[in-house]
Ligand binder design. Structure first.
Ligand code: PLP
Length: 424
């Protein structure tokens, strides 16, 4: 990556230094935040391209500005590849992130004040599924379904009962911290039976859906929204898939409804990401992501920690650390000092405030991209257990940090070894 910042180093040494330091931080820490990943150099290059200079309001073939022939080319490539990857009728690749993608569905399918049924946020749902400070919670009447107390898996009977009683206009599936397979087909049937639209938000599991490792919601939902930067391992961004009958209304909501000129450099990078995801190696990667999450969860459970729902079917899981008397916040901070990055997370039926939380969320996509496999997961899982067992013991944190620094030497990321050794 050095060549990408040589010019910047001369122009703006302060920003260049921050970038190099961030690259070094990414290299020297074990990234277990479930929503993060490391993009390829090809994706990075497309993001840093001259397409950032171009205004291209509109869609391929129908732009408000001249000079869009190459923009049309990359946006068409991105659309066609997204449709192929997910076997969808229609794709809109312009949303700047997952949240505006979701906003586009609300504004396409609903009227202000309509009822929406989404997953309880403390059971795994996302801000845009109805948090009171988010547009979704402010503009719509939000109802929530959750998980069952004992299995901690989605309570589809409760979902059906609420849907039948309340007759929401839209039902949302998808989550940010749910480790089990989601039955999109079943929710699609419930939605149809009560006359609701079904929106599936696959921001987290898109990589597994694309490779057939998680059942696809595409046949069972009017709208599917996603990010490109989580398991899909692309640039920070969003996209939407929908049935043909909604295509025109949806496109009009994204532009001019919500956004102005699209971020063409990011669309170019999304096209690269979709191409990468269409390759056979990407399925092998996703299979390893799932195996690694499972290996990590088992190792941590074997040391006496409770995993929410008992395990994982996908790329992430939540550990109930409060069952061992420590808070999510304490666990996050202790692991951070050992160069292991996780995030505190609420657990179902949470009793602590969200900024304290009873759990930590752990995900395997980023470490799997670095090439780590089950053996490394077992090692990391043991370190996590060791640190959490004596949360105040700084010497444990230091000892693990040394081991992490040895491990990551075998899995280099972006920066050349020489560069890491010699600060600016
Ligand atoms: C991450 C996420 C989003 C939003 O993504 P941003 O790009 O951060 O706006 C939406 N839905 C779910 C379920 C997510 O996990």
């Amino acid at each position: 990556m050095d060549h990408l910042i040589t010019n910047l180093e001369q122009r703006d040494p302060e920003v260049a230094e921050a970038i190099v330091n961030e690259a070094r931080r990414q290299h020297t820490h074990l990234e277990l935040i479930a929503s993060e990943n490391f993009v390829s150099e090809a994706v990075l290059q497309a993001m840093g391209s001259v397409f950032t200079n171009k205004y291209a309001e509109g869609y391929p073939g129908k732009r408000y500005y001249g000079g869009c022939e190459f923009v049309d080319r990359v946006e068409t490539l991105a659309i066609e590849r997204a449709k192929k990857l997910f076997n969808a009728d229609h794709a809109n690749v312009q949303p700047n992130a997952g949240s505006p993608a979701n906003m586009a569905i609300y504004l396409t399918a609903l009227q202000h004040g309509d009822k929406v049924l989404g997953m309880n946020l403390s059971h795994g749902g996302h801000l845009t599924h109805g948090h009171h400070l988010n547009f979704s919670g402010k503009m719509f009447q939000i109802l929530a379904y959750g998980v069952e107390r004992d299995s901690e898996t989605i309570d589809y009977n409760q979902l059906r009962q609420i849907a039948e009683r309340e007759r929401p206009k839209m039902i949302i599936t998808g989550a940010s911290a749910y480790s089990r397979i989601i039955d999109f087909k079943r929710v699609g049937e419930i939605a149809r039976s009560v006359g609701a639209v079904h929106m599936a938000d696959i921001a987290h599991i898109a990589g597994m859906v694309a490779t057939g490792l998680h059942p696809s919601p595409v046949p069972h939902a009017e709208f599917v929204t996603s990010t490109t930067h989580k398991t899909l391992r692309g640039p920070r961004g969003g996209f939407i898939l929908c049935k043909q009958s909604w295509a025109k209304d949806l496109d009009r909501t994204v532009f001019p409804g919500i956004q102005g000129g699209p971020l063409v450099h990011m669309i170019a990078a999304k096209a690269v990401c979709f191409l990468e995801a269409l390759q056979p190696e990407f399925k092998i990667y996703q299979q390893q992501v799932v195996r690694n999450a499972d290996a990590l969860a088992r190792t941590i459970a074997a040391q006496g920690f409770r995993i929410v729902s008992g395990g994982t079917d996908n790329h992430l899981f939540v550990v109930d650390v409060f069952a061992r008397g420590i808070t999510g916040k304490q666990a996050e901070e202790a692991l951070d000092r050992a160069n292991i990055t996780v995030n505190k997370n609420t657990i179902p039926f949470e009793t602590n405030p969200p900024f304290i939380a009873s759990g930590i969320r752990i995900g395997s996509p980023a470490v799997t991209t670095r090439g780590m496999r089950e053996a490394e997961m077992e090692q990391i899982g043991e370190w996590i257990g060791y640190v959490l067992q004596e949360i105040e013991d700084q010497s444990r944190q230091k000892g693990v940090k040394e081991k992490v620094l040895q491990l990551i030497e075998r899995f280099p990321l972006y920066l050349s070894r020489q560069r890491i050794a010699t600060p600016l």
